[in-house]
Design a protein around this ligand. Structure first.
Ligand code: 13P
Length: 248
């Protein structure tokens, strides 16, 4: 347990402006954040520089996506090298909106994970089943196969956080119950033990995402295998501070 520092990521998605994000970052900088929590804010790519220069250095910044190669003729894409050039250390990959709105395949996500890690970025790698998959009883099969593709592309698990985000809970106000989250996290950890290594299973943070709020974060955070959160909507509000402090 103590091996795994609590991790709270904010995923701002395609929201905010210089003004509103600037205000939010001032609030984060001046709030008492639990020193035991690692905090990382996922900014839109245009605002990565702004986020890095505005946030207290103790708060990390993440890009929300990147491409699988360092440079070239890929109009509209950004590379891990560019992310690093902005002083940003993290990237979120495999988010369900990338998978489902933009049609990213497991294969592409795996390639992005490999290249981001080779470029020395740290990665929040997202997985999660849809409502149809949960109702069909295939949650485990889906999250294991998504995790397998990620695992095939990871050499250094010290730079990876695994985010379980059931698609049916994202932006819907329907949070997974603490028991539902714990069940999947525990199974994922067992999967890592069986398919990767004991030390990886013990040390990798498995965080939960999907309608996390100040009201539900403490109970979720009390589960043994819930090592933090990836927060969408609530990360744009002052209540993000309460979520960061869920274990305080
Ligand atoms: P919400 O917290 O808005 O449900 O979004 C979760 C999410 O997608 C975080 O990456």
């Amino acid at each position: 347990m103590t091996l795994r520092r609590f991790f709270v990521g904010g995923n701002w998605k395609m929201n905010g402006s210089r003004e509103s994000l600037g205000d939010l970052m001032k609030t984060l900088n001046s709030s008492g954040l639990d020193q035991n929590t690692e905090v990382v804010c996922g900014a839109p790519s245009l605002y990565l520089d702004f986020a890095r220069s505005s946030l207290d250095p103790r708060i990390g910044v993440a890009a929300q996506n990147c491409y699988k190669v360092a440079k070239g003729a890929f109009t509209g894409e950004i590379s891990p090298a560019m992310i690093q050039d902005c002083g940003v250390d993290w990237v979120i990959l495999g988010h369900s909106e990338r998978r489902h709105v933009f049609g990213e395949s497991d294969e592409l996500i795996g390639q992005k994970v490999a290249h981001a890690l080779e470029s020395e970025l740290s990665v929040v790698a997202c997985i999660g089943e849809t409502l149809e998959e949960r109702e069909a009883g295939t949650t485990e099969e889906v999250v294991y196969s998504q995790t397998q593709v990620i695992a095939d592309n990871v050499k250094d698990w010290g730079k990876v956080v695994l985010a379980y985000e059931p698609v049916w809970a994202i932006g819907t106000g329907k949070t997974a119950s603490p028991e539902q989250a714990q069940e999947v996290h525990e199974k994922l950890r067992a999967w890592l033990r069986a398919n990767v290594a004991d030390d990886v299973a013990d040390s990798v943070r498995i965080i939960y995402g999907g309608s996390v709020t100040a009201a539900n974060c403490r109970e979720l955070a009390s589960q043994d295998d819930v090592d933090g959160f990836l927060v969408g909507g609530a990360s744009l509000k002052p209540e993000f501070v309460d979520i960061i402090n869920a274990r305080a």
